[in-house]
Design a protein around this ligand. Structure first.
Ligand code: DGY
Length: 328
């Protein structure tokens, strides 16, 4: 009987996915469910035929340099793949796959939730009603937020998730603007009633809300730099469900603190799981809503991601091209 490939999974996955993984492959799970240390990752790439990392594992050049000849596939349990040095992996003949498409709607839902939660002070309001609250009752001038209908939403990165955000925001009466490396087809633009801005700077200066939905690539590190953040209007809000370091977090904190930007809704951070203390203080003051990277965290989404991982690994060992190969 042919030997089953050894698949090392760096975190716990949904039960159904782990069960199927065990049926199909010689599977080693990380029972601890804590991110593996670099030393553990090195041990894994020395023996695994397939590594299944997540966004909490940094598979950099140093780790890949230790990989044995047997490592054939890195099947990431993630949509983003900025945690993997793809170029180095490909150069070593390792196939890299991700899980695109299956967390689009969930991430867009969370983005929309933040687009509403920050200007409407949802979290601040919810914090009032603790068991020992002293709420004095409704008042005409208390807890006033900002109306979203009629406001301009600028989406930075109009891929699958950006477009799903646009569909939702349109239904809430926001006008849709976007900046993207490539302009969308006229058909898609018309369907979304979206206005394209060739210049990110000009778009930033005109919007009421900015939603960051571009992937983290070498070109998007600090795309929203201090200089660009300073272009925002003082009434503007910033939402990020992509990757923390697409925004210069320190600059954002500084501008929120000074009132140069009205508020922020962040699901991702530059140095996860560490969260910039300045942002935490701003959240306590109601200037930011911070979530612990849970944009795609649904049971359905995680199972679908696991299914994609399984399909990609199976395709490779059945001699086919995995459908979600990350290309150079
Ligand atoms: C991803 O998969 O890239 C998300 O950020 C985590 O689910």
């Amino acid at each position: 009987m042919k030997k089953k490939p050894l698949v090392i999974v760096t975190r716990r996955l949904p039960d159904a996915v782990e069960t199927r993984m065990r049926e199909l492959f010689d599977t080693q799970l990380n029972i601890d469910d804590r991110p593996m240390s670099p030393a553990q990752l090195v041990e894994a790439v020395k023996i695994a035929d397939v590594l299944v990392p997540t966004v909490t594992d940094r598979i950099d050049g140093a780790i890949l340099a230790e990989a044995g000849e047997q490592l054939k596939v890195i099947a990431s349990f993630s949509n983003g793949f900025d945690h993997i040095d793809v170029e180095k992996a490909l150069a070593r003949g390792i196939t890299v796959t991700n899980t695109p498409g299956v967390l689009t709607e969930d991430t867009a839902d969370m983005t929309m939730a933040l687009i509403l939660a920050v200007p409407r002070r949802l979290v601040e309001g919810a914090r009032v009603l603790t068991p020992d609250h002293d709420w004095a009752g409704w008042s005409p001038t208390w807890m006033l937020g900002r109306r979203m209908a009629g406001k301009r939403l600028g989406i930075v990165g109009m891929g699958r998730i950006g477009q799903a955000v646009a569909r939702r925001a349109k239904a809430f009466g926001l006008s849709i603007h976007y900046h993207n490396r490539h302009r969308l087809s006229t058909e898609i633009e018309e369907g979304l009633e979206a206005t394209y801005w060739d210049s990110l700077d000009q778009m930033l200066a005109r919007m009421d809300i900015i939603s960051v939905n571009c992937p983290r690539t070498p070109g998007t590190f600090h795309l929203l730099s201090e200089r660009r953040l300073k272009l925002l209007r003082p009434e503007a809000y910033v939402v990020n469900t992509s990757r923390g370091d697409v925004i210069d977090e320190n600059a954002l904190a500084k501008l929120l603190e000074s009132g140069a930007i009205a508020g922020a809704g962040l699901d991702v951070f530059e140095h996860e799981p560490t969260v910039n203390p300045k942002l935490l203080r701003l959240a306590a003051k109601g200037k930011a809503v911070l979530l612990p990277h849970m944009g795609s965290a649904t049971i359905e989404g995680r199972i679908a991601m696991g299914e994609k991982v399984l399909i990609n690994i199976r395709a490779y060992f059945d001699g086919h091209k995995p459908p979600d190969r990350v290309l150079p």
